[in-house]
Ligand binder design. Structure first.
Ligand code: CA2
Length: 142
């Protein structure tokens, strides 16, 4: 099982600002923990973060022939990007959408995610644990 972990815009700033919303951990901390969790379950995880929408879409396209599953926190693109939804619709494996914060408890413009229309599961509001929960679900035994 090969898992691609994608994080969208501004998530490279995690741990540096707004810890009351997004926590104290850095993105590197989160990626390392997700990698460890996947390896413990016999899976491999690759992580990529970008502030460029086209770069994220290119990674989804590359994953079509190389990855079994995608865990994605699309950041603010969740609420705006039909292009990311279209790219994920071309991917045949499992997709889990993760948000650190509970987007439904926040401003109304964060309540809708285009990506959720494709995601097999959506986790929000559990902080960085959401990424581990996504790995656990993807690597669960039947
Ligand atoms: O809760 C989430 O994970 C979000 O995807 C985070 C996005 C936000 O636009 C979504 O509505 C919900 C924002 C990420 C910004 O991350 C920062 C981290 C530290 C400092 C500033 C921004």
């Amino acid at each position: 099982m090969k898992i691609l972990l994608l994080n969208g815009p501004n998530l490279n700033l995690l741990g540096q600002r707004e810890p009351e919303i997004y926590g104290h951990e850095t993105l590197a901390d989160i990626e390392q923990a997700a990698c460890k969790r996947a390896e413990a379950a016999g899976a491999r995880l690759e992580a990529f973060q970008t502030n460029y929408e086209g770069a994220l879409i290119d990674h989804v396209h590359a994953a079509r022939s190389a990855m079994d599953a995608i865990i994605i926190n699309p950041g603010a693109w969740s609420h705006t990007s039909i292009a990311i939804l279209d790219a994920l619709n071309s991917f045949g494996g499992s997709v889990v959408e993760v948000h650190l914060s509970n987007i439904h408890k926040r401003e109304p413009f964060r309540h809708h995610s285009y990506v959720s229309a494709r995601a097999d599961g959506v986790i929000c509001g559990l902080g960085s644990f959401g990424y581990l929960a996504a790995v656990d679900w993807l690597t669960r035994q039947p």
